[in-house]
Design a binder for this molecule. Structure first.
Ligand SMILES: [Mg+2]
Length: 305
C-alpha cells in the first residue's frame, strides 16, 4: 500500500481527507510543518497533502524545504487551500507543488487527483530504477556505477575501512564473438554476470557491467586477502560453467581479474586506484589469463597461480 502524509493543523480537516483515502492508502497525519518535515524525510511517502495556512511554519515554507532535501524532493506535494485565489495557486506551482485541492472537499475529485499523482510517481520511480539496470544481465549498469562508486569511496574514506575495486573481463571475447556469433556472446556475458552476482550477495557488495564484456565489483570492509579469495571463487565458477571456447589457453570460457584493496586516505583519489585495478587486470592478461592479480594494502602484488 502506498503511503500518504497529510500535514494540516486542523485535525477535523485532516480526518476528512484521511476518511476519503483510507481504503486505498496508508495515511499518516501530522499537525505542524516541523513534524511534516521530520516525518517526510524519514518515511517513504508517495504523496504529501499539505495545508497552506498553518500557525508557525506555513505550507509554502515547508514545500520549499521539502524541495531542497534530496530524500523528499521527488515526492509529489498537493496543496490544500481554501484560498481559491489565483495568486496562492500560482505561488504553490512555482514552488514545486504538483496540484492543489480546495475546501470543502469533494471526495471524487480528491481521490482522482491523488490517484493520478501517485500513479505518475510510481511510473517515475520505475523508470528511474530501470535506467540504472543493465538490460542484458539485470545487474547495475555503468550509470549506476558512476554514482555509487564515488559515494562509497567517500564513505570508506570517512570510516577508514578497506575499499576494493575489482575489474574483470571475459578472455578472448572478440574471438568468441567471431567464432560463435553475437547472440552466443550475449548469452555468455549474461552467464558470467550470473555467476559473479551469486558470489556478491552481501548488502555492501556492488557489482556492475562496466561495458561490453567488462565488469566491475566494489567491496566495502574486506581485507585484500578476503577480497582476492572472493574473486578467485568467481573466476573458478566461470571456468566450471564449461562454456566451450577455443583459445590457446583454454577450451572453456574464462575470465581475468584485477583488483586493488586500499583504505582511502584524504589525498587518495578514486580514479588512480581504478587505474591500479586496470593495471592488475592487464598483468593477469599478459601472464596467461584465467587468473586473478591483486594489489594489497601494502602495495604488494598478490598472484593466483
Ligand atoms: Mg490550516
Amino acid at each position: 500500500m502506498e503511503k500518504i502524509l497529510i500535514v494540516d493543523d486542523s485535525l477535523l480537516q485532516a480526518a476528512q481527507l484521511k476518511a476519503i483515502l483510507d481504503d486505498e492508502y496508508e495515511v499518516t497525519i501530522v499537525q505542524t510543518a516541523e513534524e511534516g518535515l521530520c516525518s517526510a524525510s524519514r518515511r517513504g511517502y508517495s504523496l504529501i497533502l499539505l495545508d497552506v495556512v498553518m500557525p508557525g511554519m506555513d505550507g509554502f515554507t515547508l514545500l520549499k524545504k521539502l524541495q531542497e532535501e534530496m530524500v523528499t524532493q521527488s515526492v509529489p506535494v498537493i496543496l490544500i487551500t481554501s484560498l481559491s485565489d489565483v495568486e496562492n495557486e500560482q505561488k504553490g506551482f512555482i514552488l514545486g507543488a504538483v496540484d492543489y485541492i480546495t475546501k470543502p472537499f469533494k471526495p471524487l475529485i480528491v481521490k482522482a487527483r491523488v490517484n493520478t499523482h501517485i500513479k505518475l510517481y510510481q511510473y517515475r520511480r520505475l523508470a528511474e530504477e530501470q535506467s540504472m539496470v543493465d538490460q542484458l544481465t539485470g545487474i547495475a549498469n555503468r550509470r549506476r556505477y558512476e554514482q555509487y562508486s564515488i559515494v562509497k569511496w567517500n564513505e570508506a574514506r570517512r570510516l577508514q575501512i578497506p575499499f576494493t575495486i575489482c575489474m574483470f573481463d571475459i578472455d578472448h571475447f572478440k574471438m568468441y564473438n567471431d567464432t560463435f556469433g553475437h547472440p552466443a556472446g550475449d548469452k555468455t556475458i549474461a552467464a558470467v554476470a550470473k555467476v559473479a552476482a551469486s558470489h556478491l550477495q552481501r548488502r555492501t557488495d556492488f557489482f556492475a557491467r562496466y561495458g561490453g564484456e567488462e565488469f566491475i565489483a566494489l567491496l566495502m570492509g574486506d581485507s585484500a586477502k578476503n577480497a582476492f579469495g572472493q574473486m578467485k571463487k568467481i573466476r573458478q565458477g566461470v571456468e566450471e560453467l564449461q562454456i566451450p571456447h577455443r583459445t590457446q589457453e583454454s577450451e572453456w570460457v574464462t575470465i581475468s581479474i584485477g583488483g586493488v584493496t586500499v583504505i582511502p586516505q584524504a589525498e587518495s583519489d578514486y580514479i588512480s586506484y581504478l587505474g591500479i585495478a586496470d593495471t592488475m587486470l592487464y598483468d593477469a592478461k599478459s601472464h596467461g589469463r584465467n587468473r586473478s592479480v591483486w594489489m594489497n594494502e601494502a602495495m604488494t602484488q598478490l598472484w593466483e597461480k
